[in-house]
Design a protein around this ligand. Structure first.
Ligand code: NAD
Length: 267
Protein backbone atom coordinates (compact mmCIF):
# COMPACT_ATOMS: atom_id res chain seq x y z
CA UNK A 1 0.00 0.00 0.00
CA UNK A 2 1.22 3.51 -0.86
CA UNK A 3 1.65 5.79 2.18
CA UNK A 4 -0.94 8.30 0.87
CA UNK A 5 -3.68 5.65 0.97
CA UNK A 6 -5.30 6.70 -2.31
CA UNK A 7 -5.71 3.18 -3.74
CA UNK A 8 -9.03 2.57 -5.46
CA UNK A 9 -10.02 6.23 -5.80
CA UNK A 10 -10.69 7.76 -9.19
CA UNK A 11 -9.64 11.07 -10.67
CA UNK A 12 -10.10 13.29 -13.67
CA UNK A 13 -7.09 15.47 -14.56
CA UNK A 14 -7.89 18.14 -17.13
CA UNK A 15 -5.08 18.93 -19.53
CA UNK A 16 -3.38 15.73 -18.40
CA UNK A 17 -1.49 15.22 -21.64
CA UNK A 18 1.32 17.70 -20.93
CA UNK A 19 3.44 19.44 -18.32
CA UNK A 20 1.99 19.75 -14.82
CA UNK A 21 -1.22 17.84 -15.62
CA UNK A 22 0.77 14.96 -17.02
CA UNK A 23 2.98 14.76 -13.92
CA UNK A 24 -0.10 14.85 -11.67
CA UNK A 25 -1.84 12.10 -13.66
CA UNK A 26 1.31 9.97 -13.48
CA UNK A 27 1.80 10.55 -9.74
CA UNK A 28 -1.85 9.77 -8.96
CA UNK A 29 -1.47 6.63 -11.08
CA UNK A 30 1.58 5.63 -9.02
CA UNK A 31 -0.52 6.11 -5.88
CA UNK A 32 -3.09 3.59 -7.16
CA UNK A 33 -5.67 6.14 -8.33
CA UNK A 34 -7.61 5.28 -11.51
CA UNK A 35 -7.06 8.27 -13.73
CA UNK A 36 -9.03 9.90 -16.54
CA UNK A 37 -6.38 11.77 -18.52
CA UNK A 38 -8.11 14.60 -20.36
CA UNK A 39 -6.60 16.09 -23.49
CA UNK A 40 -7.89 18.70 -25.88
CA UNK A 41 -5.58 18.45 -28.87
CA UNK A 42 -2.85 16.04 -27.72
CA UNK A 43 -4.49 12.64 -28.09
CA UNK A 44 -1.23 10.80 -28.74
CA UNK A 45 0.45 12.43 -25.74
CA UNK A 46 -2.52 11.54 -23.51
CA UNK A 47 -2.39 7.94 -24.71
CA UNK A 48 1.31 7.83 -23.87
CA UNK A 49 0.53 9.00 -20.32
CA UNK A 50 -2.13 6.29 -20.07
CA UNK A 51 0.27 3.62 -21.32
CA UNK A 52 2.87 4.73 -18.78
CA UNK A 53 0.38 4.44 -15.92
CA UNK A 54 -0.79 1.01 -17.11
CA UNK A 55 2.81 -0.20 -17.56
CA UNK A 56 3.37 0.55 -13.87
CA UNK A 57 0.32 -1.56 -12.99
CA UNK A 58 -2.19 1.30 -12.70
CA UNK A 59 -5.45 2.05 -14.47
CA UNK A 60 -6.09 5.02 -16.76
CA UNK A 61 -8.03 6.16 -19.81
CA UNK A 62 -7.54 9.06 -22.20
CA UNK A 63 -10.54 11.35 -22.48
CA UNK A 64 -10.84 14.00 -25.18
CA UNK A 65 -12.68 17.21 -24.41
CA UNK A 66 -12.48 20.98 -24.35
CA UNK A 67 -12.97 22.32 -20.82
CA UNK A 68 -14.52 25.53 -22.15
CA UNK A 69 -17.50 23.53 -23.48
CA UNK A 70 -20.16 22.52 -20.94
CA UNK A 71 -21.16 19.39 -22.87
CA UNK A 72 -17.53 18.22 -22.97
CA UNK A 73 -17.09 18.68 -19.21
CA UNK A 74 -20.24 16.66 -18.56
CA UNK A 75 -19.09 13.94 -20.95
CA UNK A 76 -15.62 13.83 -19.38
CA UNK A 77 -17.03 13.13 -15.93
CA UNK A 78 -19.45 10.59 -17.41
CA UNK A 79 -16.61 8.73 -19.08
CA UNK A 80 -14.68 8.45 -15.82
CA UNK A 81 -17.81 7.16 -14.08
CA UNK A 82 -18.66 4.73 -16.91
CA UNK A 83 -15.18 3.27 -16.82
CA UNK A 84 -14.28 3.37 -13.12
CA UNK A 85 -17.70 3.55 -11.43
CA UNK A 86 -17.26 6.89 -9.66
CA UNK A 87 -15.35 10.17 -9.43
CA UNK A 88 -13.48 11.09 -6.25
CA UNK A 89 -10.92 13.69 -7.33
CA UNK A 90 -11.00 16.46 -9.93
CA UNK A 91 -7.77 18.25 -10.81
CA UNK A 92 -8.67 21.42 -12.68
CA UNK A 93 -5.36 21.90 -14.44
CA UNK A 94 -6.05 22.82 -18.09
CA UNK A 95 -4.77 26.29 -18.86
CA UNK A 96 -3.37 28.42 -21.65
CA UNK A 97 -1.57 31.70 -22.21
CA UNK A 98 -2.15 34.11 -25.12
CA UNK A 99 0.13 37.03 -24.32
CA UNK A 100 0.04 40.57 -25.72
CA UNK A 101 0.59 44.15 -24.58
CA UNK A 102 -2.65 45.51 -23.16
CA UNK A 103 -3.85 47.58 -26.12
CA UNK A 104 -2.90 44.86 -28.62
CA UNK A 105 -4.69 42.02 -26.90
CA UNK A 106 -7.57 40.87 -29.09
CA UNK A 107 -11.00 40.19 -27.67
CA UNK A 108 -10.65 36.69 -29.08
CA UNK A 109 -7.48 36.02 -27.04
CA UNK A 110 -9.01 37.63 -23.95
CA UNK A 111 -12.00 35.32 -24.27
CA UNK A 112 -10.01 32.20 -25.12
CA UNK A 113 -7.91 32.48 -21.96
CA UNK A 114 -10.85 33.34 -19.69
CA UNK A 115 -12.97 30.59 -21.26
CA UNK A 116 -10.29 27.93 -20.73
CA UNK A 117 -8.65 28.93 -17.45
CA UNK A 118 -11.65 30.28 -15.54
CA UNK A 119 -14.90 29.15 -17.16
CA UNK A 120 -13.41 25.72 -17.90
CA UNK A 121 -12.51 25.25 -14.24
CA UNK A 122 -15.99 26.40 -13.21
CA UNK A 123 -17.72 23.97 -15.59
CA UNK A 124 -15.63 20.96 -14.57
CA UNK A 125 -16.02 21.75 -10.87
CA UNK A 126 -19.78 22.05 -11.30
CA UNK A 127 -19.97 18.61 -12.93
CA UNK A 128 -17.73 17.12 -10.25
CA UNK A 129 -19.76 18.52 -7.34
CA UNK A 130 -22.98 17.21 -8.95
CA UNK A 131 -21.36 13.80 -9.24
CA UNK A 132 -20.01 13.80 -5.66
CA UNK A 133 -23.56 14.46 -4.41
CA UNK A 134 -25.06 11.60 -6.45
CA UNK A 135 -22.70 8.87 -5.41
CA UNK A 136 -22.28 6.99 -2.16
CA UNK A 137 -19.17 8.19 -0.28
CA UNK A 138 -16.28 5.73 -0.23
CA UNK A 139 -16.25 3.97 3.17
CA UNK A 140 -12.47 4.39 3.58
CA UNK A 141 -12.28 8.07 2.53
CA UNK A 142 -12.64 10.98 4.95
CA UNK A 143 -14.04 13.42 2.37
CA UNK A 144 -16.90 12.91 -0.05
CA UNK A 145 -14.99 14.47 -2.92
CA UNK A 146 -11.92 16.51 -3.62
CA UNK A 147 -11.22 19.30 -6.10
CA UNK A 148 -7.76 20.77 -6.71
CA UNK A 149 -7.38 23.88 -8.81
CA UNK A 150 -4.03 24.52 -10.46
CA UNK A 151 -3.76 28.26 -10.16
CA UNK A 152 -0.55 30.32 -10.44
CA UNK A 153 1.58 32.83 -8.56
CA UNK A 154 -0.25 35.24 -10.88
CA UNK A 155 -3.34 34.90 -8.71
CA UNK A 156 -1.26 37.22 -6.52
CA UNK A 157 1.43 38.86 -8.66
CA UNK A 158 0.27 41.26 -11.41
CA UNK A 159 1.88 40.43 -14.78
CA UNK A 160 2.30 43.10 -17.42
CA UNK A 161 1.61 41.84 -20.92
CA UNK A 162 -0.49 38.95 -19.62
CA UNK A 163 -3.66 40.68 -18.45
CA UNK A 164 -5.98 37.91 -19.66
CA UNK A 165 -3.96 35.23 -17.87
CA UNK A 166 -3.61 37.22 -14.63
CA UNK A 167 -7.33 38.07 -14.65
CA UNK A 168 -8.23 34.41 -15.19
CA UNK A 169 -6.02 33.31 -12.31
CA UNK A 170 -7.22 36.09 -10.00
CA UNK A 171 -10.80 35.03 -10.75
CA UNK A 172 -9.90 31.41 -10.14
CA UNK A 173 -8.69 32.28 -6.63
CA UNK A 174 -12.10 33.51 -5.50
CA UNK A 175 -13.91 30.82 -7.48
CA UNK A 176 -11.91 28.23 -5.54
CA UNK A 177 -12.36 29.93 -2.15
CA UNK A 178 -16.07 30.57 -2.64
CA UNK A 179 -16.70 27.00 -3.74
CA UNK A 180 -14.65 25.70 -0.80
CA UNK A 181 -16.78 27.75 1.58
CA UNK A 182 -20.02 26.65 -0.09
CA UNK A 183 -19.48 22.87 -0.11
CA UNK A 184 -17.22 22.15 2.87
CA UNK A 185 -20.22 21.20 5.03
CA UNK A 186 -20.94 18.42 2.51
CA UNK A 187 -17.44 17.06 3.14
CA UNK A 188 -16.28 18.17 -0.28
CA UNK A 189 -12.76 19.55 -0.06
CA UNK A 190 -11.64 22.29 -2.44
CA UNK A 191 -8.07 23.66 -2.55
CA UNK A 192 -5.52 25.06 -4.97
CA UNK A 193 -1.89 24.93 -5.88
CA UNK A 194 -0.21 28.08 -7.14
CA UNK A 195 2.93 27.10 -9.02
CA UNK A 196 5.71 29.55 -9.77
CA UNK A 197 7.92 28.89 -12.79
CA UNK A 198 7.69 25.23 -13.69
CA UNK A 199 9.56 23.76 -16.66
CA UNK A 200 6.73 22.90 -19.12
CA UNK A 201 5.83 23.75 -22.73
CA UNK A 202 3.64 26.71 -21.61
CA UNK A 203 6.71 28.82 -20.70
CA UNK A 204 9.43 27.29 -22.90
CA UNK A 205 10.86 30.70 -23.95
CA UNK A 206 11.48 31.50 -20.27
CA UNK A 207 13.81 28.51 -19.67
CA UNK A 208 15.08 27.19 -23.00
CA UNK A 209 17.78 29.83 -23.55
CA UNK A 210 20.44 30.22 -20.84
CA UNK A 211 20.10 34.03 -20.72
CA UNK A 212 16.32 33.82 -20.30
CA UNK A 213 16.72 31.17 -17.61
CA UNK A 214 19.24 33.32 -15.71
CA UNK A 215 16.81 36.23 -15.81
CA UNK A 216 14.06 33.97 -14.52
CA UNK A 217 16.27 32.66 -11.72
CA UNK A 218 16.62 36.24 -10.43
CA UNK A 219 12.95 35.92 -9.46
CA UNK A 220 13.35 32.60 -7.64
CA UNK A 221 15.04 32.75 -4.21
CA UNK A 222 15.52 28.98 -4.12
CA UNK A 223 17.72 29.23 -7.21
CA UNK A 224 16.18 26.68 -9.52
CA UNK A 225 13.25 26.38 -11.85
CA UNK A 226 10.45 24.08 -10.66
CA UNK A 227 9.78 20.69 -12.20
CA UNK A 228 6.28 19.30 -12.84
CA UNK A 229 6.95 16.66 -10.16
CA UNK A 230 7.29 19.43 -7.53
CA UNK A 231 3.63 20.22 -8.18
CA UNK A 232 2.51 16.61 -8.64
CA UNK A 233 3.81 15.56 -5.20
CA UNK A 234 1.76 18.30 -3.54
CA UNK A 235 -1.32 17.47 -5.61
CA UNK A 236 -1.21 13.85 -4.48
CA UNK A 237 -0.98 14.98 -0.84
CA UNK A 238 -3.87 17.42 -1.29
CA UNK A 239 -5.91 14.61 -2.87
CA UNK A 240 -5.27 12.33 0.10
CA UNK A 241 -6.78 12.10 3.58
CA UNK A 242 -3.46 13.33 5.04
CA UNK A 243 -4.61 16.86 4.14
CA UNK A 244 -8.17 16.26 5.37
CA UNK A 245 -8.38 19.47 7.45
CA UNK A 246 -7.09 21.66 4.59
CA UNK A 247 -10.01 23.59 3.07
CA UNK A 248 -9.92 26.57 0.69
CA UNK A 249 -6.14 26.80 0.92
CA UNK A 250 -3.68 27.75 -1.77
CA UNK A 251 -0.32 26.04 -1.56
CA UNK A 252 2.35 28.14 -3.29
CA UNK A 253 4.94 25.90 -4.93
CA UNK A 254 7.25 28.52 -6.32
CA UNK A 255 10.74 28.35 -4.80
CA UNK A 256 9.89 31.59 -3.00
CA UNK A 257 8.85 33.58 -6.08
CA UNK A 258 5.88 35.10 -4.27
CA UNK A 259 8.11 36.41 -1.44
CA UNK A 260 8.96 39.64 -3.30
CA UNK A 261 12.60 38.64 -4.01
CA UNK A 262 13.84 42.19 -4.87
CA UNK A 263 13.32 43.06 -1.19
CA UNK A 264 16.18 40.71 -0.33
CA UNK A 265 18.59 43.45 -1.42
CA UNK A 266 16.69 46.58 -0.42
CA UNK A 267 13.27 47.89 0.34
P1 NAD B 1 1.09 22.88 -20.72
O1 NAD B 1 0.90 23.76 -21.89
O2 NAD B 1 2.19 21.89 -20.72
O3 NAD B 1 -0.25 22.10 -20.38
C1 NAD B 1 -1.52 22.67 -20.49
C2 NAD B 1 -2.51 21.56 -20.68
O4 NAD B 1 -3.83 22.12 -20.80
C3 NAD B 1 -2.25 20.79 -21.98
O5 NAD B 1 -2.44 19.41 -21.70
C4 NAD B 1 -3.35 21.28 -22.91
O6 NAD B 1 -3.72 20.34 -23.88
C5 NAD B 1 -4.47 21.52 -21.92
N1 NAD B 1 -5.52 22.39 -22.44
C6 NAD B 1 -5.40 23.62 -22.98
N2 NAD B 1 -6.61 24.07 -23.37
C7 NAD B 1 -7.50 23.10 -23.05
C8 NAD B 1 -8.91 22.96 -23.19
N3 NAD B 1 -9.65 23.93 -23.73
N4 NAD B 1 -9.50 21.82 -22.74
C9 NAD B 1 -8.77 20.82 -22.19
N5 NAD B 1 -7.44 20.90 -22.04
C10 NAD B 1 -6.82 22.01 -22.46
O7 NAD B 1 1.25 23.87 -19.49
P2 NAD B 1 1.44 23.61 -17.93
O8 NAD B 1 2.52 24.50 -17.52
O9 NAD B 1 1.51 22.19 -17.60
O10 NAD B 1 0.09 24.24 -17.38
C11 NAD B 1 -0.84 23.55 -16.59
C12 NAD B 1 -1.51 24.51 -15.62
O11 NAD B 1 -0.51 25.03 -14.74
C13 NAD B 1 -2.15 25.73 -16.29
O12 NAD B 1 -3.37 26.02 -15.66
C14 NAD B 1 -1.15 26.84 -16.04
O13 NAD B 1 -1.75 28.10 -16.02
C15 NAD B 1 -0.63 26.43 -14.68
N6 NAD B 1 0.66 27.01 -14.32
C16 NAD B 1 1.80 26.69 -14.99
C17 NAD B 1 2.99 27.29 -14.61
C18 NAD B 1 4.29 26.97 -15.27
O14 NAD B 1 5.28 27.64 -14.97
N7 NAD B 1 4.37 26.00 -16.14
C19 NAD B 1 3.01 28.21 -13.57
C20 NAD B 1 1.83 28.52 -12.93
C21 NAD B 1 0.67 27.92 -13.30
Amino acid sequence: MHWLGLEGRTALVTGGSSGIGRAIAEELGRCGVKVGVNYNSGQEAAEEVVRGIRDRGGEAIAIGGDVSKPEDCKAMVEQVVDRFGRLDILVNNAGIQRDAPFTELTLEDWRRVIDTNLTGAFLCAQEAVRRFRQQRPLPNAKARGNIIFINSVHQLIPWAGHVNYAASKGGLKLLMETLAQEVAHEKIRVNAIAPGAIRTPINRPAWEEESALNELLELIPYGRIGEPEDVANAAAWLASDLSDYVIGATLFIDGGMSLHPPFREGG
